[in-house]
Design a protein around this ligand. Sequence first.
Ligand SMILES: [Fe+2]
Ligand SMILES: [Fe+2]
Length: 272
Amino acid sequence: MRVMQLSDFHLRGDGELSFGVADTVKGFRLCLDHVKGLDPQPDIIIVSGDLADNGNPVAYEMVRKGLEELSPPVYVLPGNHDKRELMLTMLKGFCPVKEDIAPYICYTLEDNPVRIVVFDTIGQGKHSGYFDPPVQAWLEKQLALYPDKPTLLFTHHPPFTTGMGMMDEPFEGVEKLEAILKNYPNVRLCCGHIHRGIVTKWAGVTTITTPPVSMTIDLDLSPEGGDTFVMATPGYTLHHYFDGQINSHFCLIPSQATFSGPHPFAGSENPH
Ligand SMILES: [Fe+2]
Ligand SMILES: [Fe+2]
């Protein structure tokens, strides 16, 4: 079973370049064309947040049209640059949220060799992660249903610290996430937001952040680091389940990347 994780399109929807340099529409198109050309195709595609850059409805319309071009089933979750209510309406078919947890974008995908659980870590208007009590209760209940099944758990914000100081913000409720995950070593936690591929272990579970489709964060492991990006090659992660194990491959999307930068993330928006 092949589960593709795309992340961080950051589409503006106004025709402007992000931060004056990043053509995120072009990056999104490169990504779509690359995915369409893959053989074999992934079985499922999950997009782990920051689909839009500032919650513009035009951006969600571009996302909807683009994702509808893909053959495998596609699912989405929100990042700090997204508007949850617009995703629930404009991308309804890509986020099968049940009444008991709406409007949080949390859901599970069952009946596959690997179980997929998606949960929402956004606090509207915040850049950092927020593990809201209703989501805590939902996740605890969901993971308890199939404790021994290999499970890919997707969200936007990673709970671990990266060493890039500006990205290591407080994550409200993270202690509760740690307490829950300690009981489920079969889970792999797969996040976006960091715009770099990182692998670590957190709360006893293998945890990754995926390379982004747009804007790779410059690797500056200092207290001031994490606030600039380079125009590097776009990427994604392919989680491959076979022979009883999950291998997470960091993959590249061929492009004419210039690696220009570092460029500042000045004036970044987290919409309410
Ligand atoms: Fe992002
Ligand atoms: Fe983010």
